[in-house]
Design a protein around this ligand. Structure first.
Ligand SMILES: *Cc1c(COP(=O)(O)O)cnc(C)c1O
Length: 340
């Protein structure tokens, strides 16, 4: 049974999940030490486990996905370098311009295709020649899943190959990489093929309260550890939270399929209603277009019935482990009563 908090059903994001009783027990029992000295056995265990699971030499526990992505950008790119990135990507649009502000790194945003990918021709065209007028193009940064859409192995394989052929490094913002892997029916490490580094969120659908993992080579992670300290991300007895992340990786990947099934079910029922246009979910996120004039009314009804969704800039619904099929059925009834 999912835990119910004041009976609110919160479908704004999969970041809202609370640690389960079993996860809390693991956190409570965690052995800890001072991780800035490298002495926290639970952090070390999480990093080793993640490196193995995701297919990298080494891994680093970071307090957030924003910081973990920033660490990667800071390691791959120096002052006056640039990274190619999707116009819709978190690492371009939703991280406060951190790479530019803190790293003097220029983003080169490129339009995302409707499937979330970046066209190979666009990648090739935006790589700058070696000329002092231009920033040095160093890195291709992709995102999977992106807006709930899954990039296929062919797509990520072709893009990373092109980048490498042109001498660029590759980074994946894999905040929801495990959702992508589950949807593709491959292991997380197969879904990460071709990426020199990857950031994976433990605090989204995997259900941990805090933290992300950066994966890469040993030298890359060594350098990232230096940047993490500089950014204030060196945490002491972090095993308390790392234990939640480790529990998440050990227990909560396979069950993401339930979230995907709930999203597909919810979207399918909404699609039958009047005045509503629903995107077909590939994973646990989908979007609903409704006429502007009903927005306030719907908002009021959702407030009264204790359901939270993201209303702006677009109505977005995200399923997760704290939203059961019964909860989804309740939401379907509320939407059905409103839209008919
Ligand atoms: C959530 C998210 C992040 C990181 O978010 P934090 O809140 O900083 O942990 C990065 N990329 C994507 C695609 C995300 O969804």
């Amino acid at each position: 049974m999912a835990e119910h908090h004041e009976n609110w059903l919160d479908l704004r994001s999969d970041t809202v999940t609370r640690p389960s009783a079993a996860m809390r027990a693991a956190m409570n029992a965690a052995e800890v030490g001072d991780d800035v000295y490298g002495d926290d056995p639970t952090v070390n265990r999480l990093q080793e486990y993640a490196a193995d699971l995701f297919g990298y030499e080494d891994a680093l526990f970071a307090p957030s996905g924003t910081q973990s992505n920033l660490l990667a950008l800071l390691v791959h790119c120096g002052r006056g370098d640039e990274y190619l990135v999707g116009q819709e990507a978190h690492t371009y649009k939703y991280e406060g311009g951190g790479a530019a502000v803190l790293g003097s790194i220029q983003p080169q945003p490129i339009i995302n295709q409707p499937d979330g990918s970046i066209a190979l021709d666009d990648i090739a065209a935006y790589i700058k020649p070696d000329d002092f007028h231009f920033a040095r193009t160093r890195l291709l940064a992709l995102e999977n899943t992106i807006g709930g859409r899954v990039l296929s192995l062919d797509t990520t394989g072709a893009a990373t190959k092109l980048a490498h052929d042109k001498g660029l490094a590759t980074h994946l913002d894999g905040a929801r990489l495990c959702n992508a892997a589950v949807k593709l029916g491959v292991s997380p490490r197969e879904a990460l093929a071709g990426f020199d580094s990857a950031s994976i969120c433990l605090s989204k659908g995997l259900g941990a309260p805090v933290g992300s993992i950066l994966c890469g080579t040993r030298p890359l992670i060594k350098e990232a550890r230096r940047w993490r300290k500089m950014l204030g991300g060196g945490m002491r007895q972090a095993g308390m939270i790392a234990a939640g992340g480790l529990y998440a990786l050990e227990h909560n990947i396979g069950r993401l399929a339930d979230d995907h099934a709930n999203a597909a079910y919810f979207a399918g029922e909404l699609a039958k209603m009047k005045n509503i246009k629903v995107s077909t979910p590939q994973t646990n996120i989908f979007y609903v277009d409704i006429p502007a004039f009903v927005c306030q009314g719907l908002n009021d009804v959702l407030q009264l019935t204790r359901i939270r969704v993201s209303m702006a800039p677009r109505l977005r619904i995200v399923t997760h482990m704290d939203a059961t099929r019964d909860d989804i059925d309740r939401a379907i009834t509320v939407f059905g009563d409103f839209f008919g």
